[in-house]
Design a protein around this ligand. Structure first.
Ligand code: CP3
Length: 357
């Protein structure tokens, strides 16, 4: 039987008791770490690191060597799927991700293949297999994907966007085409995530980074319904005495604070929330896990401010099971390392008072 030395993160996701609140950080492996910047300079570029399992594994483990984190997240990107569909992902310094080809019309959508994860995304599966072995049961490994809506924004806009005019134009003027794309993406994501589970991922996170730009009517039909379609296909296993026999799923819609009830009713195990949400108002605490939600910019401030903001987040969540401490979004590139160390220690130390046997 597979056993973990630190299973607090998986226990919290199943709303089981823990002695302190587990913590990990979105983008915990990234540019704020000097060893990441060194390795990236050696590798040449970001995609080479993602596509070389030895390097992806090494980068995944970097933050865990420094900090007492309660989970690892596989080093990859949400845009691996559109890249495997043939759109040609590349990164331009200072401008974020871009695609050589974008999706413009129905025939572009018809031509998109559903990637076979053990073929065109094999590098992700190999990285997961290797990292799982290297972790050697210390902490659980998180697998992830983008939500269909969020992937579609990059595919239609051709990269990052501020106003999302191209995809919104399609949403209102040719909704059938967009639904076809979202359905194709949902099926691709489900196959991809099942392969990640098969390769060893012990929890799954779906990043719906741009769900919050939708109108409240469209959020349900164009984002949440497709995350539900993924959930219905995932091979999560069964809950049992052995905590690792079940793979919990976290849905994170950035800017989704007004729709918590709907997201909770999707059938996910945990809901990720950004810093705009007051954790005292999250419904069904103790039944559904909550991940969040320190404003990442708090980490610019000194230790007293970090301490006070950790206290605020923990106190708002209160005396329930099912809290995974995280930032409300990814860590910024220029955060001092000692502040990260301080945050993790503060969460572990302060949270003990919220947990009793
Ligand atoms: O959390 C982790 O440590 C795991 C690794 C991870 C990365 N991207 C590494 C990365 C994860 C989970 C992601 C997800 C991701 N990628 C999302 C969803 C999460 C979120 O932040 O909302 C999105 C929207 C992307 C798309 C993407 N990839 C963007 C917007 C960027 C940043 C571009 C830039 O220049 O800032 C990337 C690149 C990227 N992905 C980096 C990292 C560490 C930076 C690459 C580098 O320059 O070294």
């Amino acid at each position: 039987m597979y056993q973990l030395k630190n299973d607090r993160y998986l226990r919290a996701l199943q709303c089981l008791p823990v002695d302190y609140t587990p913590v990990w950080m979105m983008r915990q492996a990234g540019r704020y770490l000097p060893e990441y910047r060194d390795l990236r300079a050696k590798a040449g570029d970001f995609m080479t690191m993602c596509q070389t399992p030895d390097l992806a594994c090494e980068v995944t483990l970097q933050p865990l060597k420094r900090f007492d984190l309660d989970a690892a997240i596989i080093f990859s990107d949400i845009l691996t799927i559109p890249d495997a569909m043939g759109l040609g992902l590349y990164f331009e310094t200072g401008e974020g991700p871009k695609f050589k080809q974008s999706i413009q019309c129905l025939s572009d959508i018809h031509q998109l293949p559903i990637p076979d994860p053990e073929q065109s995304l094999r590098y992700v599966m190999d990285a997961i297999r290797l990292t799982k072995k290297e972790l050697d049961g210390t902490v659980p490994l998180i697998g992830f994907s983008g939500s269909p809506w969020t992937l579609a924004t990059y595919m239609i806009e051709g990269g990052s966007s501020k106003a999302f005019t191209k995809i919104k134009k399609m949403l209102y003027s040719d909704p059938k085409a967009l639904h076809l794309l979202l359905e194709k993406l949902a099926n691709s994501v489900a196959i991809y995530l099942n392969a990640q589970i098969e390769a060893g991922a012990q929890s799954i996170m779906i990043f719906d980074t741009w769900g919050g730009v939708l109108s409240h009517q469209s959020y349900q039909t164009f984002s949440l319904d497709y995350m539900k379609l993924i959930l219905s296909q995932l091979k999560q296993g069964k809950k049992s005495q052995n905590i690792t026999s079940y793979v919990p799923v976290t849905l994170f819609t950035k800017g989704g604070g007004l729709w918590l009830e709907n997201i909770i009713n999707s059938g996910c195990d945990a809901i990720g929330v950004d810093w705009t949400v007051d954790l005292s108002n999250v419904p069904q605490k103790g039944q559904i896990a909550v991940q969040g939600n320190l404003d990442p910019s708090v980490l610019y401030a000194d230790k007293q401010i970090i301490e006070a903001n950790v206290d605020a987040v923990l106190s708002e969540f209160g005396y329930h099971n099912g809290h995974v401490f995280n930032l409300g979004h990814g860590i910024h590139q220029d955060i001092p390392l000692e502040h990260v160390q301080y945050l993790i220690d503060a969460v572990h130390r302060q949270s003990k008072r919220f947990h009793h046997d």
